[in-house]
Design a protein around this ligand. Sequence first.
Ligand code: NI
Length: 397
Amino acid sequence: MTMSAGITELVPEALRTRIVALRRELHQQPELAFNELKTARSLEAALRELGIDDIRRVGETGVVGRVPGRNRSAPVVAVRGDIDALPIQEATGLPFASAIPNVMHACGHDVHASWAVGAAALLVSEPAEGDVLVVLQPAEEVGKGALAILESGALDGVAAIFGGHVDRRFDVGQVVADDGPLAASADMFEIELVGVGAHAARPHEARDPIVALAAVVSALQTIVARRLNPATPGVVTIGMVQAGSAPNVIPDRARLSGTVRAVEPQSRALMLSEVERVTKAVAAGFGVEAKVVIDKGTPPIVNPPRATKWAREAAIEVLGESNVVPLGFLNLAGEDFAHYMERIPGCFLRIGAREAGGPVIPAHSPVFYPAEESLFVGAAVLAECARVASRELAVGR
Ligand code: NI
């Protein structure tokens, strides 16, 4: 059952008009990670228009507004919307399509930012128990924005945080608020194998890094096949190999790089340490030295039970029980909301964004667009998440 008829009723008409206009404005003027200057100004203006006067710039392009609660000494909770776009040439043909060549809101962050502003508006008219911070976060796509917000101290003392992502695998009006793993970590590794070069006809004088590379590539496949608990999904992919410059020369070094995805902290730690251990051990067998550099990206998102219970309660309150649906599959894409959840309990939601009968279009596609009505669902659900969490925290549940 869907509830398209009731969706527009989730927020008052004046606010509907306002957040639709805001979203279209953001969509038309997309900006890349850490360059969201116009976006930040538009969002600040939108918050100010709501009568919110405590508005902080975090870094150059992040914005944090504080919506007063009924009891200023009650625990503070946060609602987050990310605001950055992607380097993609838009091909939706929408009347408000990107006016910037090769930059597009292809991941729906224009909608996420508008949710946060919409939630702020709803919390101004019906406040939570404690204050609510509305976090408009830059640079999600490069996995650095959440850290920038955290490092600013703007969220110090926040007791719970909520956010979500538009998702065309679900109808508008459906929301996923599952506990457990929801998004994977995304770490990169780079390996340099240093041997000894020689003439191709005199292999006995070389320590051939290409042969070692071949063995390392094969051996790394055994991390998922033989070391990881098969009940826990994970990925080790080598996406790039590089060696040699001529068919009759054994080079002195070879390089490979790839990515590790995990859905929980323990398997992430295991796979990363195995990449290093296996590589060094295999290379050593060939008399080749291995240098392994791990570039840690976003952690996995694992929604904890308590905050997820609040989010579910909020989603059910807004949409009805039958519209709070299970994810039904594991998502191995990364999401930098995970950085908050390493320090602050919270819940990350998937918010349906497919109009009735519409196609499933993946995010990051040049024709991706979230159904506009998902604006009202996200705003209403996130505001209610803040109210429920704030109330439950205040009574110490
Ligand atoms: Ni996204």
